[in-house]
Structures are given as structure tokens and as C-alpha cells.
Design a protein around this ligand. Structure first.
Ligand code: ADP
Ligand code: MG
Length: 416
């Protein structure tokens, strides 16, 4: 039996789990030729979601006619370096590929592609023609982050111009009737793109926003259907992967490989292989956090390490105050599926959704340097008093000096 788990690529439709509400929302938006912005962290399933919307059978299941639509999927990361011109050029040539049998429109696109620079308004006559043919365009744009980041040839002003071009297309009286755009990004667009000034109307107000959330319990069970349903195994997977589809698929893949060969998975090997297969997710999740969020994650990691050290060597007393003062940021980290909140006897504690992410952050702290610590000092002081900041620095230095006291992975996970 080939391994049924999907690693390193978007999941095919027959293995696609959950997201029923978001799929219905996407089709509602497509039907009304409106726009949708989905967002979520690494491995949450953005690319898989967009891909799913390209399959005719998925359209049919939603009682939609896939033939009425020209569906184009573009990954902004495939444009290197990103520029608006390359974006529109790519869109046009993808549309052309989808127009087999419509030589007139293909020729028209060819002429546009012959120009030095393709711009958003070049799409206007194409949309109009599609409308006349009783068709419309569905633009699925992945890794939209790349369009919101500057590069050497794409400056802040270019970003703004590009975003307003998209907004104008979406708001145009005529052509917007033949266009629906669905974009995917790592964070909510307003957090990634240019700040608004009082005299501007928001460049993102034509989107409906939906977060892709970590999987629920029943979705996790569905995803892991090919593994034995022993509570112990399922709990362990849950502990390291929480509801993140990519982490769940990685865990499933490794375990399936062992079970298929009639081997009983050995926790140490499994933990090590899982860690090395997924490290880039933790890294990417960390890098997508801003400085304040990273500091909060460090504090949560320090707390959970403190709780695991046999003889407590540093004390983070009073740290809860910091969490309650930064409620908004904490909520955002929770909504993004990075941390979990637990209420017990009126006391709130925070932990990492994936226990392995917590371990990863501790390792990150352990491997940091005095210079890095100095650089974080200002961030610390924005968040806490001098005394608290000193406390944190003492804790971090303690970790540097007692590297052997930091539990190895299996102990951290409590799998010994
Ligand atoms: N709906 C889903 N059902 C099952 N597996 C999924 C689903 N969405 C994502 N995955 C798994 O998670 C992994 C990462 O998904 P991907 O779509 O690439 O996420 P993103 O683009 O958000 O980083 C994929 O390899 C896939 O196996
Ligand atoms: Mg992706």
C-alpha cells in the first residue's frame, strides 16, 4: 500500500479533510463575483484550499458549473522578484492557456503579451469579452504576502499602486461582474500591507476575510483514519501536531511507514525524525511573528521550561501580568493556532499548541547569543518593568549556563 499521507505538497481532493464552511463561503463569493481573503500560518492548508477550488468535481458538488469559469491559480512566490507587471503578465498567459478553442481571445491576449509591460487595465477588455461569452474569471492567488513585501525593484509605492489596481478592478462597475478573486496569505492582509492614512479608503475592503483554523478533533480523526485508533497514539500525535494539517500529515507519514513494515514505532526515533521533518514549519511560524509576539512566545516557553525543571533555578513570578496586559496579542497568537489558553480555578495559563514548538523555542533561546539578547532588550522594556526584564535575562543566562538541564526531546514530550 502506498503511504496515504501527503507530505511536501498540497493534498489531493480525495484526501482533502474538512473546511466545509470555508469551501461554501468561497463558492458564495465566487457566485456573487465577490472576493475572499483566506489566511493562516505555515502548513495550515492555504495552498491545498486554493487547489481544491480548481477541480471541476468540487464545483459540481457545490452545484456550480465549472465550465462557466476560467479558473487561474497563481503563486506569487513563483514570480521572482515580484512585480506588478510580471503578475499581470502571468495572469494573462495563464488565462490564455485556459482558453482552448477560443482562438479570437487567445490572439487578443497574445497581442497584449507582446507589449513591454502588461498592466492591470489590460485585463479589462479580456474580462469584458469573457462576460460576452457568458463566462467569468476566478483568480486564485497564493502566497499573496509576496505582493505585499518590498524588493529591490518593487518599492512601497509600487505595492500601494498594485493594491489599488486590484481594488479598482474589483470595484469597477462593469468588469467586476466577471471577476472573483481569492487570495491566500500568512496573516490577515491589513497586518501585512501598507498602513492606511486617514484620507484613504482601505485597499482591502473588497475582501471577505476568513481564517483557516487548525483542525477540530473530528477532522484530526478523519485525517488519521489510516492509523490504528489507539487513544495513546492519537493523543501523542495531537500533542506534537495539535490541529495543524501539515504536522499531522508528517506524523501520519512517519508512523504509517513503520506500521506498514510491521515495526512498532520507537518513540525516540519517531520524535527525532518528526522534528527534523518539520523544523522548517516551526522556523517559519517563528519568523512570521513580529518582535512583540516573539517575546511573548519566549516568555511562554520560559514558563513551560520552568515548570519542567526539577529544582527550580529561575523564577518568573509575576509574569502573568504581562500576558494579561497584552491580551490582544495573546488572543491573536491563540487564533493563529500557535498557543493554547487553559483556565483552571480562575487562573489562566498559556502553552504551545504543539508541544514541540515549545521545545523548539526553548532551543532557540538556548542557542541565542548575548548580542541577540541585547537586541531584544528594548522589546522587553516595551512589555515589562526593568525588574521583570532583568528576571527574564537571568533566566535566559541560566539556560545558557545549564544547557544539560534542558530536557531532551523525549522528556520534554513526557514520552519516557
Ligand atoms: N484540508 C486538508 N486535508 C488534509 N490535509 C491537508 C489539508 N490542508 C492541508 N493539508 C496538509 O498540510 C500540508 C500543508 O498544506 P498546504 O496547503 O501546503 O499549507 P500552506 O499552503 O498553508 O502552507 C499539505 O502537505 C497537506 O498534506
Ligand atoms: Mg502554501
Amino acid at each position: 500500500m502506498p503511504n496515504p499521507f501527503t507530505v511536501g505538497q498540497p493534498v489531493p481532493p480525495e484526501r482533502f479533510v474538512g473546511r466545509e464552511t470555508q469551501i461554501a463561503t468561497a463558492f458564495d463569493q465566487i457566485c456573487s463575483r465577490s472576493n475572499l481573503a483566506v489566511w493562516g500560518g505555515p502548513g495550515i492548508g492555504k495552498t491545498s484550499f486554493l487547489r481544491l477550488l480548481t477541480y471541476p468535481e468540487v464545483w459540481q458538488r457545490q452545484d456550480q458549473d465549472p465550465k462557466a469559469a476560467v479558473i487561474v491559480l497563481l503563486d506569487c512566490l513563483s514570480i521572482q522578484p515580484f512585480s506588478a507587471y510580471s503578475f499581470w503578465r502571468k495572469i494573462l498567459s495563464l488565462i490564455k492557456d485556459k482558453l482552448e478553442g477560443n482562438a479570437t481571445l487567445q490572439t487578443e491576449i497574445d497581442q497584449l503579451l507582446g507589449k513591454d509591460r502588461v498592466v492591470s487595465s489590460d485585463l479589462v477588455p479580456i474580462l469584458r469579452q469573457l462576460g460576452e461569452d457568458n463566462k467569468f474569471l476566478v483568480l486564485l492567488v497564493d502566497d499573496y504576502d509576496a505582493a505585499l513585501r518590498t524588493n529591490n525593484s518593487y518599492k512601497a509605492a509600487d505595492i500601494e499602486a498594485f493594491l489599488y489596481e486590484c481594488r479598482n478592478l474589483a470595484n469597477s462597475e462593469q468588469e467586476s461582474k466577471y471577476l472573483s478573486m481569492i487570495v491566500a496569505s500568512s496573516r490577515r492582509l491589513n497586518e501585512l500591507g501598507p498602513q492606511l492614512t486617514p484620507d484613504q479608503s482601505p485597499w482591502y475592503n473588497h475582501y471577505l476575510f476568513r481564517a483557516l483554523q487548525p483542525f477540530t478533533d473530528s477532522e484530526v480523526v478523519k485525517l488519521l483514519v489510516d492509523l490504528p485508533r489507539t487513544p495513546d497514539l492519537q493523543n501523542k500525535i495531537r500533542e506534537i501536531a495539535d490541529g495543524n494539517p501539515a504536522l499531522l500529515q508528517n506524523a501520519g507519514y512517519l508512523l504509517y511507514q513503520e506500521l506498514r513494515a510491521n515495526r512498532i514505532p520507537e518513540p525516540r526515533t519517531f520524535a527525532r525524525e518528526f522534528q527534523s521533518a518539520t523544523e522548517h514549519f516551526f522556523q517559519a511560524t517563528w519568523e512570521l511573528c513580529n518582535e512583540l509576539e516573539q517575546t511573548l512566545l519566549m516568555l511562554i516557553a520560559l514558563c513551560s521550561l520552568e515548570g519542567r525543571l526539577a529544582n527550580q533555578r529561575y523564577s518568573l513570578r509575576g509574569i502573568e501580568n504581562i500576558f494579561s496586559q497584552k491580551e490582544l496579542e495573546i488572543n491573536a497568537l491563540e487564533n493563529r493556532g500557535i498557543i493554547k489558553r487553559e483556565e483552571e480555578a480562575g487562573k489562566t495559563t498559556y502553552s504551545f499548541a504543539s508541544s514541540l514548538m515549545g521545545w523548539w523555542v526553548v532551543k532557540k533561546i538556548q542557542n541565542s547569543t548575548e548580542t541577540e539578547l541585547q537586541q531584544r532588550q528594548r522589546g522587553f522594556l516595551n512589555l515589562m518593568s526593568h525588574r521583570q526584564a532583568e528576571n527574564i535575562r537571568t533566566a535566559i543566562r541560566w539556560i545558557w549556563e545549564h544547557k544539560d538541564k534542558v530536557p531532551p526531546i523525549l522528556e520534554w514530550l513526557g514520552w519516557l
